[in-house]
Design a protein around this ligand. Structure first.
Ligand code: GAP
Length: 438
């Protein structure tokens, strides 16, 4: 594949809408900025991404547990985590047209990109958490926040987890779930959203091994993107400078992807030290230290965190797999998804409607194996191939006039467009081989 992406944000947004991957939330009411709904195909891709991520987590050294924490957290949690004091973005308004910007997104020495005047407010800090109240009365004691990251649920449950599972340090806790941030300027489609999904893993280890564990996770996460099939020349690891570090972080390396709008963070790998467990010990009064049987002393575990946005990864995957090429004199759009994350694994196509019943029989049998497959009988065969290419279906099986006599179908490969003839009773094993090899 060429290193130049043929995708633009506009093309991807249009494709996602056209084919039902992603819809603007509440579109019929004018939309809600920075919030999206996932349609059938988008839901399938996200399910596959979660599965690939979990497999990678489970195949790491040591134990990996999971957690599904609540989305609402009491004020106390976010005070201890430092989010109430520190989770700010700098904000600036144009006094002329009232347009609002993240101050670090624009050059304040230049005029407002929206109206062309240069009349800025002072830079103010804006807390990005969504606040609400639990119960009938809006008083300080009932304040709660939608979580801006999933990680805190892992830290506040640390004692519960170690007392209910047979685990020893080092081990990890992985979690996939929603996070909410009132971003000043949500933009670039799924890149910066106000409601999004994170896939986070907190690795608990001893302070002495933390540096090595941090390196281990950087390597693991780099490998993950190779396994996912991303173009590795568009991936780089960027260690943070000291003045870039988040309030909790001792060291951080971003996995960055080269989007058409520049190199941007895809995942953050952070060495959080013992900041989180120490803070929750201090604020809750519950000791979260662990006892070391060997040295007969208590210590506070250190944490290495890997955190990637599922939606941002989805967008990255779209950018990376989008391609346009020419097949039989016609330009086609093709999503060259790794088969493991392709939403539809195979399509079954009767050459004409006369072959529909026989084709549907094969389709139904394969569907019953649990594979997500499609049956499509409408339009010319060329059109149907294009439709499947555009959503990244790796294989198309066509039942034609000869199938009735030779008991075989033609299988077409999305990437090569090459076709081969296989016996109908071999379709299931062909699919099995294809998807286990990939
Ligand atoms: N627990 C650490 C943490 O939340 P972060 O760098 O703020 O760190 C981690 O977020 C990842 O979550 C990012 O690398 C990105 O993939 C995703 N992410 C963060 N903010 C996002 C947003 N507004 N929209 C979509 N994804 C976002």
């Amino acid at each position: 594949m060429s290193t130049e992406s043929k995708a633009t944000l506009e093309k991807l947004v249009a494709l996602c809408k056209r084919r039902g991957f992603v819809y603007q939330s509440a579109e019929i009411y004018g939309g809600l900025n920075g919030v999206y709904d996932f349609g059938y195909l988008g839901t399938l891709v996200k399910q596959n991404l979660r599965a690939v991520w979990l497999t990678a987590m489970n195949s790491c050294k040591g134990d990996m547990l999971q957690l599904e924490g609540s989305l609402l957290g009491s004020r106390a949690v976010w005070e201890a985590s430092g989010h109430i004091q520190n989770f700010h973005d700098p904000m600036v308004d144009c006094l002329q047209c009232k347009h609002r910007y993240r101050a670090d997104d624009i050059d304040l020495n230049k005029p407002c990109p929206h109206c062309g005047n240069k009349n800025w407010t002072e830079i103010r800090e804006f807390n990005m958490m969504f606040k609400t109240y639990v119960g009938a009365t809006a008083e300080q004691g009932s304040e709660a926040y939608l979580r801006p990251e999933t990680a805190q649920a892992i830290f506040i449950n640390f004692k519960n987890v170690i007392s209910t599972n047979r685990v020893k340090i080092p081990f990890g806790i992985a979690q996939i779930g929603k996070a909410f941030r009132n971003e000043i300027t949500p933009k670039q489609f799924l890149f910066r959203m106000r409601e999004f999904e994170q896939m986070e893993m907190e690795w608990f280890c001893k302070g002495e091994t933390a540096e090595k564990d941090f390196e281990y996770w950087c390597e693991q996460r780099h490998n993950f993107y190779a396994i996912l099939g991303l173009t590795m020349s568009r991936i780089r690891m960027r260690p943070h400078a000291k003045d870039e570090l988040a309030h909790y972080s001792k060291a951080c390396t971003d996995v960055e992807y080269q989007f058409p709008f520049g190199w941007k963070e895809l995942e953050g790998i952070a060495y959080r030290g013992d900041f989180d467990l120490s803070q929750h010990t201090k604020f809750s009064g519950k000791d979260l230290a662990v006892f070391d049987e060997e040295t007969k002393t208590s210590y506070m575990p250190h944490v290495v965190e890997c955190s990637v946005g599922a939606d941002r990864l989805f967008l990255t995957l779209l950018f990376d797999s989008y391609d346009e090429d020419v097949v039989e004199g016609e330009t086609r759009i093709v999503l060259r998804f790794n088969p493991a994350v392709a939403p539809i694994k195979a399509a079954f196509l009767p050459l004409t409607k006369k072959q529909s019943d026989a084709t549907e029989k094969i389709y139904t049998a394969i569907k019953q194996t649990g594979l997500v497959v499609d049956f499509d009988e409408s339009g010319s065969i060329g059109k149907r191939y294009r439709r499947q290419d555009e959503i990244g279906t790796p294989l198309c099986f066509t039942y034609d006039f000869e199938s009735e006599t030779d008991n075989a179908v033609t299988v077409r490969n999305r990437d090569t467009t090459k076709q081969e003839r296989i016996s109908i009773d071999k379709v299931e094993s062909y699919l099995q081989d294809f998807f286990t090899k990939k």
